[in-house]
Design a binder for this molecule. Sequence first.
Ligand code: CAA
Length: 414
Amino acid sequence: MSVGIERIAAYVPSYALSLRDLAVARDVPSEKMTAGLGVHEMAIVAPCEDVVTLAASAGLRCLRRAGVDPGEIGMLLLATETGVDHSKPVGIFVHELLGIGRHCRVYELKHACYAGTAALMTAADWVRASVGRRRKALVIASDIARYELRSPGEPTQGAGAVAMLVGNEPRVLTLEADSGTFAANVYDFWRPFGRREALVDGKFSVECYLDALAGAFTQYRALERPQLAPEEALSDRLARLLYHTPFPKMAAKAHRRLIELDWRAAGQRWAKVEPTADESVAASFRDLAATGIEAVSHIGNTYTASLYLCLAGLLEREARALAGRRVGLFSYGSGCCAEFFTGTVPNGVESVADAGLRDLLKARTMIDVAEYERLMTSGEVGGEPPAAFAGDFVFRGVRNDRREYGRPRASMAA
Ligand code: CAA
């Protein structure tokens, strides 16, 4: 039975900050952010948005695009590291906002940015186990990446959500069995109870990411099916590579490491000399990975959603060229757990390739640094949406220790 992603939809907040403006305010060369990290803009949430409204907006768009009745969803998995309560899961608010039926498993998954993949794999296994019963799962990855103002992590913030309908009629991506995993207890990035902003050992986190890539990819490479001629060049086996992208330069570092690992695993057969010369890595990155990170360079880090925003952005731009071809995906979550897996883009993908990302990015309002700092330090206030608001749900605030949500007026009318 084929299992995978039947439909995908994204949601990004309505505000964005230019990294050039942030560089001026922080008195660093703007090239450090645009070239050094690869980020151009980062998405910022309005006071009326939180992790729940981002997730619910992505979920609603996914179900609408798929033409699926919420009552058909038998499992709702919400991956996030921006949890709003120690006990009550983000997913149960989303379950109500989307009108999903009572007979549904709903829970939240956490392992830093890896949780989106944990949810996707769990949903796929659940579909595979439901032989004879046509059941669909809704997986939503939703996060708001926050670091201290003026810290090295500040330019790598962002926010957004991706919803994926998982079932046995995959029209977006058919998941393949080959997968390599890696886990190790490391303190590279974490957020202790009571803190809104993450703590990070930045340079160490980059090393941990690359070590986890080596661990997961090496296991995947040993399992890769022989009929795929693993001695062939990477680009002959995988049409595109997508990486968890906390900032685009991280994906470039990952791609370099992957090429080296693949060449060694292939017995150094697909190139005479080690293919890590700057020009050859840059060309390979341009061909195999650059399109996937384009949208992320305008959104920033979305933690659990990051890898799937790359997938959504890639398909919006290149669906036709990718039909019938395989892609490789690398998921990393600090702490850490990682997975390298593959999927095939089905023929006919063009008809489901619009995840809504392009339109959302066009409609955003750019804010200045003073407004950004005001939003970052104002805490969780909730409220009514700003004039140009694209979201489908609003966070009204916390009353009596209870979170309240609703629909914005324009959207209720629609
Ligand atoms: N022009 C062009 N490039 C410049 C430049 C200039 N004027 N000035 C500096 N640069 C380059 C540097 O050479 C460097 O590039 P390389 O890494 O290729 O050498 C790059 O800009 C970054 O500069 P620094 O090395 O000075 O690093 P920094 O102090 O700004 O910190 C960071 C960078 C560690 C990534 C920091 O932003 C951070 O801590 N981010 C959050 C943590 C993170 O995202 N880690 C990624 C792995 S963990 C993960 O993936 C999970 C997750 O989602 C958080």
